[in-house]
Ligand binder design. Structure first.
Ligand SMILES: [Zn+2]
Length: 65
C-alpha cells in the first residue's frame, strides 16, 4: 500500500467554490451535503454554503458518523 502525500483536508473539502443548492447561487466555501442516487440514472450532489448550513442546520456529508 503506497503512502499518499495528498492532504486529506483538501480531499474532504475540494475547491470550496461551487453551487449552493439552498439559495440557488454560486458561493464560496460550499460543502457536499447530500448525494442523491437514482436507480434509473445518474444521481446528483447537493452543496450548501456556510450561511445556508447554519440556517438550515445542515451536516456535511463527510462529517456524518
Ligand atoms: Zn447558500
Amino acid at each position: 500500500m503506497a503512502e499518499s502525500t495528498q492532504d486529506t483536508a483538501a480531499v474532504r473539502n475540494p475547491s470550496g467554490h461551487g453551487w449552493c443548492a439552498w439559495h440557488e447561487n454560486y458561493a464560496r466555501d460550499v460543502r457536499l451535503i447530500s448525494v442523491v442516487e437514482q436507480s434509473s440514472g445518474s444521481g446528483w450532489n447537493l452543496f450548501a454554503c456556510r450561511p445556508c448550513r447554519q440556517a438550515y442546520e445542515l451536516v456535511p456529508f463527510a462529517d456524518r458518523p
